[in-house]
Structure formats: structure tokens, C-alpha cells
Ligand binder design. Sequence first.
Ligand code: ADP
Ligand code: ZN
Length: 672
Amino acid sequence: MQDNETQYYHVAVEAPLPPLTYSLNENILLPEGCPVTVPLGRRKVKGVVLSQAQKPDGDLKIKSIQSYNMEIKLPKAYLRWIEWLSRYYIYPVGQIYQYTFPNLKKKSNRKTKKAEVVPQFDQSHAPQLTPEQTSSVNTLAGSDGFSTHLIFGVTGSGKTEVYMNSIAKVLARGKKALVLVPEISLTPQLIERFSSRFPEQVAVIHSSLTPREKTNQWWSVIDHEKPILIGARSALFCPMENIGLIVVDEEHESSFKQDEKLKYNARDAAVMLGFYHKCPVALGSATPSLESWNNVLDKKYQLHKLTSRVSGRAMPEFEIIDMRQEREARKDSKVDLPFWLSQALYDKIKLTLERNEQVALFLNRRGMAQTVLCQSCGYVFECPNCSISLTLHARNHLVCHYCDYHLHLTDNCPKCADPDVHSLGLGTELVENDIAKLFPEARLARADRDEIQSREQLETLIKNIENRQVDILIGTQMIAKGLDFPGLTLVGLVMADVALNMPDFRTAERSFQLFTQVAGRSGRHSENPGQVVLQTYNPTHTSIQFAITNNYEDFAQHELEFRKQLSYPPYGRLASLRIQGNDHNKVENSAHLTQKRASILKDRHSQYEQIKILGPTASAIAKLRGKYRYHILLKAKDSKVLENFCNQLVGDEKWLPSGSRLLVDIDPYSML
Ligand code: ADP
Ligand code: ZN
């Protein structure tokens, strides 16, 4: 019998460390991508085999691999893609690998669970595709190798029908399909639409599955039982083989960007996955991101336009209310209206309710008021952990929207003791209170993070609206997207300025998207076009003007011009370096040290000449959850140059003084 020979491996461990060498003295060869557990210090950590290694020189004590799992094999394309993620987003490769494995072990009796009852779809009921749809389907399903496609069409123009027909063709060729949608759009309606068209062929992964459910779904994909995977952004990490099409619906959605740990954008990562898998990628949107639109203009992405709503339904009618004129408009009013409600919107709500139709009011702010202050001494109630004012909820409940700090509001100011405490601002809770007083008969529902905290609650709310148990829905952006209610004919945007006044270069784009999406909620099924009332103090804002005429392309041209002048994406790349820690002085010093290191690096290497270093400055939220925050913004023309620069700058992070951490966000979405 042959003796076991010791093998050596480079292992990426689940820790912020470079790959380490481990040994295994068994008669087996571990493949690249094989999950293992290894000792690290006194701990046992997960890891993954990167490659075989030479026997290290010297008498360095090499520790041995404790266990391995040969059941799971990561396809080569995934390995290359994970390396790309690690390089591009500057994140330890061993920690990314852990995203790709299920949390639990495979259950042997998994298949004995009772089969789901899915209403079978009569294939003869599939709609006859329009010429535009047919041509998209043929291009997508007929593409060999990597290519990226933008499916640009308003809500209801038949994009989902294009995805499903393309997937049918891809499956017929023996390949698989991955469909990513924003978490909030992953409704039972959508899942049922796919699983009735493709019975027994659809796996679903989203954040509210239990670890066991997630593991089962994961294995149903890996074991080739289900050739279609639909999921929120994390579904990207389920290592499917033989993918023939990747779809990213609502590609412009900022929820595809993960803001913590691995700060990836699932849309961009999906395009790269298509590149490594050599398959086409379809991005769908009614309001494409300017990054994607610019890629169309540059001929990197192929454009597919779906120009009309399938059933020829009209687009909604927009009315802009200039809130600055309200005092005048209310002169003869018989009702006493709250400051945030215009006479015109009030009248329309009344009429809509009289017709037994439904109303939705949007406001992207929760609570009763943003700020509570003492009018005697000016004291503002702030969160002790975050540099943010506390929001008033109910009558006397103060809450920090960032860290959940709670405080009971007393009648007297804690500083000067005067009984002069007042609240300023507006939130969904106040809107609900005021509406309840104005329309005591109407049945109200509120959809925001205070009321809706689980997927089940959201689904119940949706059912209640569909069943006409709700007359007026009041909510944040949570309900603005993807929902489709037959009885809803009036949408009010209570204060559009909340969206317009964010300190971020993407504000105009986000507002345009929001206004367009919200408008799409109204009158989707009625004979008459739905109505949208937009209240604002800034009626001439370009985002509003382009949204009311439903003119995406002109908006894009206008906004791209502005981005170009300031070298913002898509004309330049950004990286945000955040320095944070518990001690203000240490954080500030580290921020300056980081800036100095960046300047030296830039001066030493001519290829980094194009890099602009802005800052350091205290972040807009200068303190969050007890941690002080500074940031430095890097701008570059070329993403590869920025990638190299960041990797070199961050290095092993050993140069950073203790007490502060450096977090890198490539292509940042939130810079507060
Ligand atoms: P989107 O994904 O762009 O919102 P959908 O694919 O959901 O659009 O289509 C909207 C509605 O129109 C759906 O009810 C769908 O079944 C229907 N539909 C789509 N394409 C056609 C078509 N070619 N003929 C008739 N109805 C269609
Ligand atoms: Zn806080």
C-alpha cells in the first residue's frame, strides 16, 4: 500500500489576511475552490483552496487542514469572478468565498418534502409577442458568448414577458438562467408568474428564507434540479453552472448596491459574471441608470426599446402644485387644511373616494417630525451616538433613525427647563393623523418601516389593498415600486422636495426615477388615465419637468452633460475611503495620514497622475453609532487605474494607526 504523501495548498481564509499555506496528509488531491476548515491562531476558520503549493522552505511549522468538503465544486468561471470581485472591490478573497456556500449541510431527505402546488400555466395563454418583443427574445436567446443588453421600456411594456420567452429558449438549449430583482419586487405574484410558466423549474433565494430553506434552494440549483434561479442580489453567489442568460430587472435600483462588508453592486457584478460565464446579460428598466445608458451610447450595451404599454393604456396625467402659492389658493377654502396638503390634492382625494377608487400618498420620511427643539433656548434633541436629530414618533417618543436610540420626550426642555418644546417637519405618521381627521370614513393603511417590518406584513398589506380593504395608502418609497393595484387611480407625492434636496450627485437621477416610478402606480387598469399630483416648492426643477413629460432620453442627455463637466460617473470613477473609530482625534489623524499616503503614491507614479484626491473631510453624518467618520473621495478617469491605486494605497492596512479603520467603497452610492 502506498504511503500518503503530504500535499500543500494555498488557502484563502475567512479573515482579512492574504492566502496562507496548509498541508494535508491524505491520499486525496483537493481541487481549486474546495471548501475547507483550517486552524488560524487558536480559532478554527472556514477557507477555500486556491491552488496547490510547493513545500515551504525552512522549518516553518505548517498547520494541517482539519476538514474538507468534496461535495461542493465551484465552477471555474465563478473562481475567476470571485478573484475579480476581490480585486475590484478590495475585499479579502477568502471572505467573498463564504458568500457562495450555504450556511447548513445538505439534508439527505430533502426531496421527500411535499411538492408545491403551483397553478399550471396553460402555455396557449402566453401572449402573442409584439415585433419589438420578438426581436429582443431572438437576440437574447440567440446570443452566444458574452454581450450586454439594455431592455428599456416603461412599466407594463412587456419586459418580463421578454425575459420569460428568452429563458424558455435558453432552457430548450439545455442551459440555465439567473434572474435578479430588487428584494422588494420579489413578490409572490412575480414568483408565481415564473413558476406557473416553468413548473418545478424555479428556485428562489431571498433574505427572509430560513437558513434551512436557503440551503435547500441552493442545493436544488447546484444539483441541477432547478434550471432557473430567481433572487435578490445575494442569489448571484449561488454557483450555477452552464448559465445561458442572466437577467437584472430594475437595473437602476440602488438596492443592488450592498453598503456593508463587500460593497458590491449586484448589477455590475452580474455583468462581470456574464463575462466569465460567456453568456448574454439583460438589464431591464423604465428609467435606466445613467451608467447603463452611457454604455448604450458608447455601443458597449445593445439597446432594446419597448415603446408602448402593451394594452395601449394611457400614461397618467401629471399635475404640479407650487406649494409657495398655497396661501393664495386656500383663501376661500371651507376646510382647514394642514400645511402640507394643497387644496387641489385635497379636492382630488375627496373625488376619488367618492368614486370608490383608491388613493396613495408618498412621502419619503417616517414619523411625526424630523426635529424637536426648545423655542426658548434653541436646544435640539440629538442622538448621543450619531450626529443626527431625533425623529418624533407618536406623541412623545423620540427615535434615532440610524441606531434606534429611544428617548421619552418630556414637556420641559432638558437644558433650560422651559416648557417650550416644539416639533418641526413632516413624516408619514403625521400625514396619516391629518388624513384620518379630514377623511374619518376612509380606511387607511401606512406602509413604512415602522409599520411593515417583515415580508409577511408587506404581503398582507398588498392583499388588503387588492381586496379594496384600504381606501388611502400612505407610505414611503417602500410602496413606490413595482406594485400594481387595479383600484388605484390617484397618487400624491406629498413633498417632492425631500427627494430633490439630498446632498449627492445622483439626486437628480434618483428623483427622476422616483417620480416616474410613482407615476407608474396610478391608473394602470382603468379606462381613464390615472392622476398624479406632485406637491413641491421647486416646480421648475429639471427632474420634475422631464418626469412629467415621461422623457427619459432628454433627461439623460441633460444630466450626462452635468456629470461630464464635473467628471462624475459615468465619465469618471469614484472611490470613497471612510476612516472611522471611537476616538475623534485618532480618526482625524488617520484621515490626514491616509490623505498624505495617497498624495505620495500619486506623486511617485506617473500613471496615477489622473487621480484626484478630495478631502479628508468629516462625513455628512460625522458620527454614527458612536463612531466618528471622515472621508476622502478619489476620482479617476479610468477604473483600472483607480483599482490599482486603491489596492496599492490600502495594502495590508498595517500602516494605519490602531484605533481607526479604513473602509473602501468603490463606485459608492451613499456618501453621507
Ligand atoms: P413589464 O415587465 O415591462 O412591467 P410585463 O411583461 O409584466 O411588463 O407585461 C405587462 C402586462 O402585459 C402583463 O400582464 C403581460 O402578461 C402583458 N403582456 C406582455 N406582453 C404582451 C403581449 N405581447 N400581448 C399581450 N399582453 C402582453
Ligand atoms: Zn443614533
